[in-house]
Ligand binder design. Structure first.
Ligand code: ZN
Length: 232
């Protein structure tokens, strides 16, 4: 089998690759086999916001070459790999769950959780399943049990507060979060320190959060608090 070497700057870069046949995840330290799906993380200091952020890039290995893909493209490749896995093994790949309730005559929406911070949204169409109906096929596999995924299921609390400045950009839509507006902080660890990725109120999938995961809600103005509570 063809393999390539991907040299990472060990200080600031690290990564994973996924075997599309098994969905096994490996840390990049040396060779990456052909057809692997590759995720590379890079620490980068952004002067504008005075923060170190982690950038992610994606690609595949094809004939010893690394070919860059965007997240949408890599998610499509994962969807195809996931479909083949389902056809071959009659079960969902590891770390793949149903993300949205299955609907008849619609593609199935699954999620592959590589880690808490790397979630890929997969769309399984009937074409990918050799003409089989994804609703029936996947319903068969998961049975009656609703195996819906809680995407935001980490233990640390999400922080809700008024933006102290207009410097932060929303990690969902990329636009500025205006000073004084409600912003929601998604917890993550960086160098063992708890940090937050900020989002606009309108950019949060509220249905995937539970109210008990929110910290600081009591500190909001009555009206804002009421509005946020109405999402649950
Ligand atoms: Zn936003």
């Amino acid at each position: 089998m063809n393999k390539m070497k991907l040299i990472l700057d060990s200080e600031n870069e690290w990564g994973f690759f996924v075997d599309p046949k098994t969905f096994d995840i490996f840390t990049i330290d040396n060779d990456i086999p052909d057809s692997s799906l590759v995720i590379v993380k890079e620490k980068e200091y952004i002067e504008d916001i005075d923060r170190t952020v982690i950038q992610t890039s994606y690609g595949i290995v094809d004939k010893n070459k690394f070919i860059t893909k965007n997240k949408k493209e890599i998610s499509k490749l994962m969807s195809e790999a996931c479909s083949k896995f389902i056809l071959a093994r009659d079960t969902l790949p590891p770390k793949v769950k149903v993300e949205k309730e299955l609907q008849e005559d619609k593609p199935a929406q699954l999620a592959f959780m590589l880690s808490n911070y790397d979630i890929f949204h997969l769309k399984i169409s009937s074409t990918m399943l050799d003409g089989l109906n994804p609703f029936e096929r996947i319903q068969d596999i998961i049975g009656n049990e609703t195996q819906k995924l809680t995407l935001y299921d980490r233990e640390d609390k999400w922080k809700i507060e008024y933006a102290k400045s207009s410097r932060a950009t929303c990690k969902s839509c990329g636009l500025k979060i205006e000073k004084g507006t409600v912003r929601i902080g998604e917890p993550y660890y960086f160098d063992q320190y708890l940090n937050y990725r900020w989002h606009h109120e309108k950019c949060i999938f509220w249905s995937r959060l539970e109210i008990k995961q929110l910290e600081n809600l009591e500190q909001l103005e009555k009206e804002d608090k009421k509005r946020i509570e109405s999402y649950f």
